[in-house]
Design a protein around this ligand. Structure first.
Ligand code: NI
Length: 427
């Protein structure tokens, strides 16, 4: 994923103080990196090291609702099933659920994720403990007529956590969507975000119904509405972008809005097919996201890469559409660009932070090793990742999570989900 798209055989990566100091072949390792100076060596014989994957859109605590109320129409699913459970969530529920999602992501090679939910201090706490990297947004809606106190809370969350946890946590503002935020709120959030030099993470044009409703209410498309409210004047990450007009695509390109493409969620909720080819051709930066695990239903970015390639081939009747390399780029360097972190992560290059996933290719479904890129997207799955490094620290080794007690987290989430889904609370 470097500028030259190199694949290094017999490769060595030297990491020091969380930073990548050398990438190249074994023969080219400078003599100054004598083996005696290495604190630890990870031998990855027969494996492939890739940049840690970047999930550009999820709601990590929603794993509590995984498998709950599936196969329902979107509005019924959301309003009658998900919202009532969310209303009962405690901060501790959020914390344990975020822990589980972080573990799930590490175990499938994801090292960075963009998250939007409420009670984000608890998510931040989980990210810090698990030692992942994340870009966190508190979801904001204009349910309350007086949203000023909420906005102040959100701004203080951003101040509290931006560039914290050794720089692994960054923040963005998270106005939920054009259909849940009034134009006044959108304008105020934009002004505040620009003042604080922070980005905005928002759901945009997820369904055709959303576009219809916004047109009926305001006479413009969601993209046009957000543009007129100043949302696109800073750095913006727009999730979904399924139902777009040519004019919308031109606006997104002109305003340099980054898009998080969520093929799994869009397919499961029958939202439609985002115009990925047109977005990329227009120069829009597109990353991949899983969305929450109650609409996917997992956080496996390998699956998302495969879905991205397959969905656009079949929907365009074009076997050439979205080749493996395009999907891998969206899941790594392009995702990093979406979060404004490409100067630091998204590729394995000297000078960048060491966020690396090691994929075990010593397995029947990855043999013969004819084409590594093809295998990563069309044959591999998250469970093939054996070791993960975040910011130079080994957070998973031989599939064992090194930072927290995985068993304890699974047990706690099982217990909490059972209570929550049966209509009671734990805390
Ligand atoms: Ni979402």
């Amino acid at each position: 994923m470097d500028a030259k798209d190199r694949i290094v055989n017999d490769g060595v990566i030297v990491v020091n103080g969380g930073k990548i100091e050398f990438v190249g072949t074994f023969d080219d390792v400078p003599g100054s990196f004598g083996t005696e100076t290495y604190r630890s060596i990870i031998s990855a014989s027969g494996c492939v090291a890739i940049p840690g994957l970047v999930n550009t859109h999820t709601h990590s605590p929603m794993c509590l609702m995984r498998g709950y109320a599936d196969d329902l129409p979107l509005q019924e699913w959301l309003e009658q099933k998900i919202f009532p459970v969310e209303a009962r969530l405690s901060p501790e529920d959020t914390y344990w659920a975020a822990m589980l999602s972080c573990i799930e992501m590490i175990k499938s090679g994801t090292t960075t994720f963009a998250d939007m939910y409420f009670s984000m201090d608890d998510v931040a706490r989980a990210v810090e403990e698990v030692r992942m990297r994340a870009c966190l947004s508190v979801g904001i809606t204009s349910d309350e007529t007086d949203y000023e106190p909420k906005l102040r809370d959100v701004a203080s969350f951003c101040e509290r956590w931006h560039n914290q946890a050794g720089g692994r946590i960054t923040t963005m503002f998270g106005p939920h969507a054009p259909y849940t935020c009034s134009p006044e709120l959108l304008k105020d959030v934009s002004t505040l975000a620009h003042e604080m030099e922070l980005g905005i993470h928002i759901h945009v044009s997820e369904t055709y119904k959303e576009v219809e409703d916004i047109r009926a209410k305001y006479g413009v498309s969601p993209v046009e509405l957000l543009n007129s409210c100043g949302v696109f004047d800073g750095r913006t990450l727009a999730a979904h972008c399924v139902a777009l007009s040519e004019e919308d695509i031109a606006i997104l390109a002109e305003k340099k809005v980054a898009v998080s493409h969520n093929p799994g969620s869009n397919m499961k909720l029958a939202s439609g097919v985002a115009p990925l080819g047109k977005l990329i051709a227009s120069g829009v930066t597109v990353g991949l996201g899983t969305d929450g695990s109650s609409s996917n239903n997992n956080l496996d970015m390998f699956e998302e890469m495969r879905l991205a390639s397959l969905l656009h081939k079949v929907s365009n009747f074009d076997a050439v559409a979205v080749p493996a390399y395009t999907s891998l780029k969206m899941a790594t360097i392009e995702g990093a660009k979406c979060l404004g972190l490409d100067y630091n992560i998204g590729s394995i290059e000297t000078g960048k932070r060491a966020d690396i996933a090691i994929v075990d290719f010593n397995q029947p479904h990855l043999v013969p090793r004819t084409d590594i890129l093809s295998h990563l997207v069309y044959s591999a799955g998250g469970a093939d990742v054996i070791t993960v490094v975040v910011d130079g620290k080994v957070v998973m080794e031989n599939r064992k999570i090194m930072t927290v007690d995985e068993e304890e987290v699974m047990e706690e989430v099982n217990f909490r989900a059972k209570k929550l889904l049966s209509g009671s609370n734990v805390d």
